[in-house]
Design a protein around this ligand. Structure first.
Ligand code: ATP
Length: 239
């Protein structure tokens, strides 16, 4: 097992008296695709928000490349190499596709040549975004908006991409397309931490994963262990 790039140890996140995450320990190594499975409200988004610096753990540590990032400001965490495509996409719907992408490169604004290079890489990955670069983001289809949300996160040139429910609300064929692009992003060298309720799609691309229930890790293992687990099959694959 390689040294983890991202490592959460005993992380809890509390909202008032409610513990949304309870002593969660998970990791992602360089080059991996790891899935976080769990039902609505299990704590997946909270975990990603904690990694991104949008929630503060009440206990535990979050290390990226050996550095404790759990108290760093969100923009510093992006600069360290972690980008987040949140659930619900959070695009600027009135702004153009190009403008949305540029906003993803905000922390790199002093490197316009590098930003332009990243924009070309995103356009190579999603040619449809190149064709629609001048269109308002709100005019794109759901699948296209999901690709824009992923593309915007890639504009930060992350080494780790946090993808929160990229399949949500998409038709099966579009889900396949999105997951194909996740594989390609990973082939190009970016590790991916993926939160999903769609275990069927996620376990086709992930090497490893965790099941999170009521804020705790209930199960972890490699893809085959998860696919064969009766509870995973019943709860998340529907067989
Ligand atoms: P979903 O797929 O619905 O996003 P999830 O697994 O990502 O589910 P979270 O969004 O992390 O779940 O939510 C975990 C729990 O924490 C839920 O019960 C949610 O209501 C609660 N929660 C999340 N954010 C807050 C907040 N800011 N204040 C209070 N409770 C919150």
């Amino acid at each position: 097992m390689p040294e983890p790039m991202l490592e959460l140890k005993g992380v809890s996140v509390q909202f008032g008296s409610f513990l949304a995450l309870r002593k969660v320990s998970v990791s992602v190594a360089e080059g991996e695709i790891v899935v976080l499975l769990g039902a609505n409200g299990a704590g997946k988004s909270t975990l990603f928000r904690a990694v991104s610096g949008l929630e503060r753990p009440s206990e535990g540590t979050i290390h990226f490349d050996g550095q404790d990032i759990s108290r760093l400001a969100a923009h510093r965490i992006v600069r360290e190499g972690v980008a987040h495509a949140p659930e619900g996409k959070h695009l600027f719907t009135e702004a153009s596709v190009r403008k949305n992408l540029l906003l993803g490169a905000y922390v790199r604004r002093k490197d316009p040549a590098g930003v332009q290079e990243s924009m070309e890489e995103v356009f190579d990955l999603f040619p449809m975004l190149r064709a629609k670069a001048g269109d308002a983001a709100g005019t794109l289809s759901g699948g296209q908006q999901q690709m824009l949300s992923i593309g915007r996160a890639l504009m930060a040139r992350p080494r780790l991409l946090l993808l929160d429910e990229p399949s949500l609300g998409l038709a099966p064929l579009v889900v396949e397309e999105v997951f194909e692009s996740i594989l390609e992003i990973n082939r190009r060298g970016t590790a991916v931490f993926l939160a999903e309720q769609n275990a069927h799609a996620a376990l086709k691309v992930a090497q490893r994963g965790y099941v999170i229930e009521s804020g705790s890790v209930a199960l972890e293992g490699d893809r085959d262990t998860l696919v064969d687990n009766p509870e995973v099959r019943r709860a998340y694959i529907g067989v």
